[in-house]
Design a protein around this ligand. Structure first.
Ligand SMILES: [Zn+2]
Length: 220
């Protein structure tokens, strides 16, 4: 299916289901799903100069600097064209400004900015109840699926574990970073391009969220 919207930014806190939704949208609409995390990993694996630069930051558990994140995305756009679904970018107002400038230069502005909204309390419940399969990437909820750590993944059979960054402490840190860096990005779009900013309640089920996103992508 051909979406009417070609340049999309998906924003949301941890556990808002952003990555999963982006994957589904990319499949349904054949829009390249660009996660800066995945781009970084790919640059690192290929051992490119950009990758080595990024590695120096991510090794220390730090976010890469704005300027580097922007360069990595710009390189991707040069190779792939201005058609994308960004997930995890822009993460800061500075990155959002850079993206706007880059897109203005090729007269291809953003079509859509979507914020997946969910309360901190709901995020805590989701993350702290989450078990992951490190082999196939599936995630399960101890409360929804009635499973415990160490049980076998129903998809591939590997044992389920609690990821390190799903601890209460790590989560609070991720929420803090989100509030300090990314919420201002929402305010930035509110100020500069309110007509393309949409909010979706990410507390709904995954299918309901996907339906709303699909509508946004396919209507003017
Ligand atoms: Zn698995």
């Amino acid at each position: 299916m051909n979406p009417l919207k070609q340049r999309i930014v998906l924003l949301g806190p941890p556990a808002s289901g952003k990555g999963t939704q982006a994957d589904r949208l990319a499949q349904e609409f054949v829009t390249p799903h660009v996660s800066t995390g995945a781009l970084l990993r790919s640059e690192c694996e290929r051992g490119t100069p950009l990758g080595r630069e990024a590695d120096a930051w991510t090794c220390k558990g730090l976010l890469v600097p704005d300027e580097l994140a922007v360069r990595i995305v710009a390189t991707w756009m040069q190779e792939n064209g201005p058609r994308f679904l960004f997930d995890g970018f822009p993460r800061t107002v500075e990155q959002a400004k850079h993206l706007d400038t880059a897109l203005a230069a090729i007269e291809a502005p953003l079509d859509l900015v979507i914020l997946l909204q969910i309360s901190d309390e709901a995020i805590r419940q989701r993350i702290l109840n989450r078990l992951s399969c490190l082999k196939c990437g599936a995630t399960f909820s101890t409360s929804l699926h009635g499973i415990a750590e160490g049980q076998a993944c129903s998809r591939c059979g590997a044992p389920l574990v609690r990821r390190k960054d799903d601890s209460a402490e790590a989560l609070e840190q991720r929420l803090k970073v989100y509030r300090e860096l990314t919420l201002p990005v929402v305010a930035y779009y509110e100020r500069t391009s309110p007509a393309i900013l949409h909010r979706i309640d990410a507390g709904m089920g995954s299918d309901a969220i996907f339906a709303q996103l699909s509508t946004l992508l396919t209507t003017l």
